[in-house]
Design a protein. Structure first.
Length: 301
């Protein structure tokens, strides 16, 4: 921050490699910060304002400013974290503002402040995974996070694997889907939903172990098993998404793929051998595919 109070903050988007629909139950997740960034500049002003490529970003920026006790700020944001693509553009914006206003904070403290700010801005009781990944991710690593205790550690992620985020083309408001019902069923311990949660938690631990052991085939098996569980036990997939996931599974260089995020459409995550991106994109030319690599979070010193 300069003498006149001007500041700049920058934070990455994230993917969740595995651990879906377990974060709000306090489970283990394995996100990674990725090389898509939001950069925010700002300075004190008479009122809060935001010129931004991030739609509807002002309530988020205002909320984290309020959470951090900052005076009104005039802000400008630029971003290549696409909204609605499963890369958490909202967390990237929040953490970027936090990093600009309070670079002295501990990353975990900043992530929790950003979680509270998003809850304030949206009225939705979001979890903390996205904010932790954006604040504390590290290039060449995933972040194994216990959403109950907030204990976390880095897990090496190989340089010769590429993360692909595939837009299924199926977009729905979660309010128009059974998302809340699924969450309530999981919280109540409904047997079918509980079967997904328990098996997914086992897969998160196994995935982290496979990364550390360099067991690439095992990574693909676990991604496929995760998708089947999300499809059959948690029932958050759709026929169109299933077909796209199975197309990805069949492609050379693809270790595995699964639906990601809340479900009922949205994006698909796939892991690829580096060097196979061009062929993968050609085979999926009818949908948008973004290739990502791991990146440092905003609070990595």
């Amino acid at each position: 921050m300069t003498e006149d109070g001007a500041w700049t903050g920058r934070a990455p988007g994230r993917v969740n490699l595995i651990g879906e629909h377990v974060d709000y139950l306090g489970g283990l997740v394995l996100p990674a910060a990725v090389d898509r960034f939001t950069t925010v500049t700002g300075a004190p002003a008479e009122r809060w304002s935001l010129v931004s490529e991030v739609p509807d970003g002002l309530p988020y920026a205002h909320a984290i400013g309020h959470e951090l006790g900052a005076p009104p700020q005039a802000m400008r944001a630029v971003s290549d974290v696409p909204p609605g693509a499963g890369l958490s553009s909202s967390a990237a914006l929040l953490v970027a503002v936090a990093a600009g206003l309070r670079p002295d904070l501990d990353g975990a403290t900043a992530a929790l402040a950003c979680q509270r700010a998003e809850q304030r801005a949206t009225g939705v009781q979001v979890g903390v995974m996205d904010q932790f990944a954006s604040a504390l991710g590290r290039c060449g690593h995933a972040l194994l996070l216990d959403c109950g205790t907030l204990e976390h550690r880095l897990v090496p992620f190989p340089d010769d694997l590429v993360i692909a985020v595939i837009d299924s083309g199926v977009h729905r408001s979660l309010a128009d889907t059974p998302y809340n019902q699924r969450r309530q069923e999981a919280e109540r311990g409904t047997p079918k939903r509980l079967r997904h949660v328990e098996s997914e938690l086992e897969r998160v631990s196994a995935f982290a172990a496979a990364l550390e052991a360099g067991e690439r085939d095992r990574l693909g098996e676990l991604l496929k098993a995760s998708h089947r569980s999300l499809r059959d036990d948690f029932e958050v997939s759709t026929p169109a998404v299933d077909a796209l996931v199975e197309r990805a599974w069949a492609m050379p260089g693809c270790l595995g793929a699964r639906i990601m995020g809340a479900g009922f459409g949205g994006s698909i995550l796939a892991l690829l051998d580096a060097g196979t991106e061009a062929g993968f994109a050609r085979a999926l030319e009818d949908v948008a595919v973004r290739f990502c690599r791991t990146a440092d979070g905003a609070y990595v010193r």
